[in-house]
Each structure stands twice: as C-alpha cells, then as structure tokens.
Design a protein around this ligand. Structure first.
Ligand code: GLU
Length: 478
C-alpha cells in the first residue's frame, strides 16, 4: 500500500448538500491538499428508494460552487459486483450468515433486553452454522414459514471480553466493548450491501488512508472495524469532527435556519465567505487572521488541532465575513455577482456605474440585500406621507424645504456632488435646520428612513429622476 494521503467524503443523495457535510468536505479537502493527497467524492446511493439524481446533482453543484473540486469520483451503485464478491467471501468462510428473524421477533428481542436493562443488540440463533450447513437448509425452509426474506449478518462474539480500540486523531483513544455490538447486519442480500459494509469495502478498495467524518459516525466505527477484521483489511486512521450546533447548542437543524448549502447561495452569500466561515466551525487559525482564502487555509490547516467540542453556527459572524468579502470585490466581480444568481435584476445595468457599485459595496452584507436598492429603478416604494416629516416641523415647512431643494437641483443638476452638498448646506443654515433639508429629500428619493446618503442617491439617479421623485414627495404632502 502506498503512503499517499487519500481521503473521501461520502454523501448520500437523499437530500441537498448539508452544511455539515460541506464542512466535512472542506476539512477533508484541506487535509488532502495540505499533504499532497487526493480528495475523493463517493456517492453513497445504495439506498435506491431514497437516492435521487436531483440531489446527486445538487451535491456536485454545491461542492463546485464552494470550489471543493474532487480528484476522483465514483458511485456505489456502479460497484455492486465488488460488494457481492466480499459478501460471498464472508458467507463462504462462515464469518457471515443468513438471519431469518422477522421484524417482530427482532422488536420483541429488543423489548426484552430493554426490560432486563440489557443493551439492545441482536444475538442471532441462526449463526451457529454457515449457509452451507444442514441448519442453513432448515433455516431456509423456515424462511418461508416466517415470511422473512432474511438478511446477511456478521458473526460477532457475544461472550468476547475484548475491547475494540482505535485512535482518533482529534479525540484520542476510543474503545467499545465487542460483546455489546451483537450480530451486525451487513447486507440485505448478496448484491445489496448495507451502509457499514459498503463503506468498509469502498474505503479499502479505494486505498483511503484517513476517514474524516462527523462525530455522529463514532458509533459506526467499531462495527466497521469488525467488518475490516473479518475481511482481513488494514484499519485506516480516523478523525471525527465536532458537530455543528445552533445558537442553543443543540444539533444544527432546519429550525435554526438554512441547512442546505444551496440555500446560502440563494440567500446571496459568496462561496469564499462560506468556505472561510465553515473552516472556523471547529478550527481556529494559529494567528489572529479571520479572513482566509481557500489557499491560505490549506497552508495553516492542522487536523490534530480541530476542536473536540461542538461548533456553534453564528449567522452574525457569517454576515460579517460575507460583508468583508463583498467589500473586497472589484467592480467587475461585484457587478457579476449582482447580475448572476437568482437575485439578478438586469435592469440594474441602467444604474450600474462606479458610484452605484461603491455605494452597494459598502452597505450590503449579502448579494440578496440588493433588493434594498430597487428604488433606483422603480422609484421609492409606496411610503407613508408621515415619513417625510422631520421632527415637529409642519407639512408646509417640509414642502417649503423640498421645493427649495428642487429649485437648487433644477439650477445645478446632480453631477457635481460637492457643489450640490454645499448648496444644500447653505439652505440648511438658512432654515436653521439641516435635518429639514436632508431628511425629506432622503425619503422622497428612497422611500426609506435608512438609506444611503441622499446626495449620492441623487447623483446616481441623475437630474430628471431626482426631480421627479422630489415632486412626488411634494404632491404627497398636498
Ligand atoms: N454517507 C455518510 C454520511 O453522509 C458518510 C459516512 C462516512 O463518511 O463514512 O454521513
């Protein structure tokens, strides 16, 4: 076996790429790239009823969107003869056997064990003989009687005093008692492997050196080790990543917010900030840097330094990071981001000059926030006339101020921002109230109380549109 580092992620195409799986993919990717290794994508689609092409495509698209390109790819459904070979091998050498207990029998067994304060596990009475024995023939006959199709199990020694041990790169030594595992189901039939079995076969056939996956798989590891032993395979190295938690420190789920990567792309997050953010879910850079590209992360990533404790998903931090990445986009990149994706509004090209991009860049946290700028196209949203009012000033005073602003703009236009600002400031002095000048203007142009600087807005809108909206404000006040 070569010493090359080979890692994999193994998503099941039964749902959208989950943020947890994406984080697992990222850590595998970083570890592989850091060590000149290979990052492999395996689609675990042996559950044909629940797996779909739609979700498979989503997983591939989402990984590509994040920039986590794989070096090798395969699907379990393309490899069924390989699993069959190994299932037969275990049946032939008596390490595995057919079990014909019905669902009800298994459920009863569990209930009895629980009642007797025993750990639930199946201790199978069919395992005495392998499938070639007379007992097997008898059992097969019994199969018709019980109506059970049967399932293939690995024989596990229920009297074993052995501890199954492995060293986890993140968590240190972990051990499980062999006798608590029971006879493990490994395949529904010779050509339908179950999860733990297929994983072991694939990881071996594919020379996987390190299994880096979520903490929720720790309990599967001793089962997989027993299957490796039965097949005579070497044990890969393990690293189990901490769970991603919601703000309330329970496992992250839909009730905490979006869990699918594709939802974040639709919400207008940039892939580079998602990657940066996910890297911090369980890993802290050795220096104080917060903003790190994929390449910089490869430089500093250290699997041994991954945290054991759960990683809290803080959407405020993601928003902050994303805003920082948006600030770093060039005009071209920002324009592209605004015009692609689902938030695009091609009409935006009408106003898409440098001033507009500068304004947007400073203010949005995510691309979808661009909807707050739609007043540039369609004029201000319907707003209450009361919004135009400044403090306790009367309608007449507000109308008077707006009319004077209109006169100024009619005279000098909106191209020269400094000049416009200076004139408006003079008006503010005359009226002895700066707010009386700027507040109604802001509302007339944007329809919002929190908007960019009204002079910047007027400058982007141009003279005609600016005058039109000021007139609209004056009319509203009657
Ligand atoms: N299909 C499993 C999952 O999506 C992968 C398990 C593993 O990495 O071994 O969680």
């Amino acid at each position: 076996m070569s010493n090359q580092i080979r890692v994999r992620i193994a998503p099941s195409p039964t749902g959208y790429l989950h943020i947890g799986t994406a984080r697992t993919a990222l850590f595998n990717y970083l570890f592989a790239k850091r060590n000149n290794g290979k990052f492999i994508l395996r689609i675990e689609d042996t559950d044909l009823e629940r797996s779909t092409k739609y979700y498979e495509d989503d997983i591939l698209d989402s990984l590509k969107w994040l920039g986590l390109e794989w070096d090798e790819f395969y699907k379990q459904s393309d490899r069924l003869p390989i699993y069959t070979k190994y299932v037969k091998q275990l049946l032939d050498n008596g390490k595995a056997f057919w079990c014909y207990h019905t669902k009800e029998e298994l459920a009863n067994e569990q209930q009895e064990q629980m009642a007797g304060k025993q750990p639930p596990r199946h201790l199978c009475s069919y395992k005495g003989e392998n499938h070639k024995s007379p007992a097997y023939a008898e059992a097969s006959a019994g199969r018709q009687e019980t109506g059970s199709k049967g399932i293939i199990r690995l024989k596990v020694d229920e009297n074993s005093e052995r501890k199954i041990k492995f060293r986890d790169i993140i968590r240190g030594d972990i051990e499980f008692e062999e006798k608590l595992l029971g006879d493990l189901s490994i395949a529904k039939d010779e050509s339908t492997p179950l999860y733990n079995f297929a994983v072991v076969v694939d990881d071996y056939e594919n020379n996987i050196s390190h299994i880096i996956r979520g903490e929720d798989h720790i309990a599967n590891t001793p089962k997989q080790i027993l299957i490796q032993e039965a097949l005579g395979f070497d044990m890969p190295q393990y690293a189990h990543l901490p769970l991603i938690l919601g703000q309330d420190r329970s496992k992250m789920s839909k009730r905490h917010g979006a869990t699918a990567v594709v939802e974040y792309s639709k919400l207008g997050y940039l892939p580079q900030s998602m990657v940066n953010f996910m890297a911090m879910l369980g890993f802290t850079p050795p220096d104080d840097r917060q903003i790190l590209s994929l390449d910089e992360l490869i430089e500093i990533f250290d699997l041994e330094k991954v945290h054991k404790g759960g990683a809290v998903f803080d959407i405020k931090k993601l928003d902050w990071l994303n805003g920082e990445y948006i600030k770093r986009l060039s005009d071209d990149e920002l324009e592209k981001a605004l015009l692609s994706g689902i938030h695009h509004n091609y009409q935006l090209t009408e106003v898409m000059g440098k001033p507009f991009l500068n304004m947007v860049r400073e203010r949005i946290k995510k691309i979808s926030d661009i909807k707050e700028f739609e007043f540039f196209l369609d004029g201000p949203n319907e707003y209450e006339k009361g919004l135009l009012k400044w403090k306790e000033r009367t309608d007449e005073e507000v109308t008077g101020s707006l009319s004077k602003v209109r006169d100024i703009i009619e005279k000098i236009g909106t191209d020269d921002k400094d000049k416009l600002r200076a004139e408006l400031d003079v008006l503010g002095k005359e009226l002895e109230d700066r707010g009386l000048v700027y507040w109604p203007l802001r509302v007339a142009l944007s329809g919002m109380k929190a908007s960019p600087d009204p002079v910047d807005i007027a400058n982007i809108l141009g003279k005609e549109k600016t005058l039109e909206h000021i007139r609209g404000g004056i009319e509203k006040l009657g």
